[in-house]
Design a protein around this ligand. Structure first.
Ligand code: PLP
Length: 259
């Protein structure tokens, strides 16, 4: 009997099933791993945005994490919505005790503009969470929030990556998906540079892309890939998922995990 690699997501729930924990678990399953979840917050959410969000107590986050890690074990961890300074600090302390690779998606604001992280938590993300990361995967808004670097075109990506690496993650993947033209990302550890390009899909149903990408990287790391291999495979997965993104509700639909 085969036991698949185990991957843990520490993130928020999206009741609409497009992003957050739900996107993470679908991605982990699609890539042949066993997905597990530590919930940090519950959102009332649909294709139109986030109608409400409730954070879990730090004690509940710690207890879920211990239950999973102490018995089942993890081969990779991914973090998403962490909501408050207290939860960022709690999760960073828990991650410092695991030896598995950690992918930090420093989730700030949803595509609809809903805040998923308090502004007062940014300092804890910089000084406590990012140092635990094997890989950090900020988009351009998150780069600006965390580092003050405003990326206007591809040429600015190395400067953005250097600023993120300054906070201590081993690797940074700067997602340039919001720039004009091809979707270009830069992955670097300060020595190697890997540029990843994918043609832009003219599809507005992209809810959950960030969660999906970070979870796909974590799943591939659990399967034994190096960071550059895992990111290349994850980019391919998310590009296919965006191509298959579909209408759901009256707003922005989710990416597709069944392609
Ligand atoms: N909801 C939750 C719980 C999330 O974790 C995230 C992103 O990380 C989102 C919503 C935002 O998804 P998107 O910006 O892709 O719409």
């Amino acid at each position: 009997m085969r036991t698949p690699p185990r991957v843990l997501t520490v993130a928020g729930s999206d009741s609409g099933g497009g992003a957050g924990i739900q996107a993470d678990l679908k991605t982990m399953l699609a890539l042949g791993t066993h997905g597990m979840s530590v919930l940090t917050a519950v959102t009332a959410q649909n294709s139109l945005g986030v109608q409400g969000a409730w954070e879990l107590p730090a004690e509940a986050v710690r207890a879920q994490f211990r239950s999973v890690v102490d018995d089942i074990g993890v081969q990779a961890v991914k973090t998403g919505m962490l909501s408050s300074p207290e939860l960022v600090e709690t999760v960073a302390a828990l991650l410092a005790g695991v030896s598995a690779p950690v992918v930090v998606d420093p989730v700030g604001v949803s595509k609809h503009g809903d805040a998923l992280l308090a502004a007062s938590a940014l300092d804890a993300v910089r000084t406590e969470l990012l140092p635990t990361a094997t890989l950090a995967t900020p988009n351009l808004d998150e780069v600006a929030q965390l580092t003050g670097v405003r990326v206007r075109d591809e040429a600015d990506l190395p400067r953005a990556a250097a600023a993120v690496l300054g906070f201590g993650p081993r690797w940074a993947l700067i997602k340039g998906g919001h720039l004009e033209g091809d979707a270009v990302d830069l992955l670097t550890d300060g020595a190697e540079e890997h540029w990843l390009r994918a043609p832009r899909h003219d599809n507005r149903h992209t809810h959950g892309t960030g969660c999906t990408l970070a979870s796909a990287v974590a799943a591939r790391l659990a399967l034994g890939d190096t960071v550059p291999e895992a990111v290349a495979a994850a980019k391919e997965y998310v590009t296919g998922a965006i191509a298959g993104g579909f209408r759901l509700g009256a707003g922005i639909g989710p990416v597709d995990h069944g392609w």
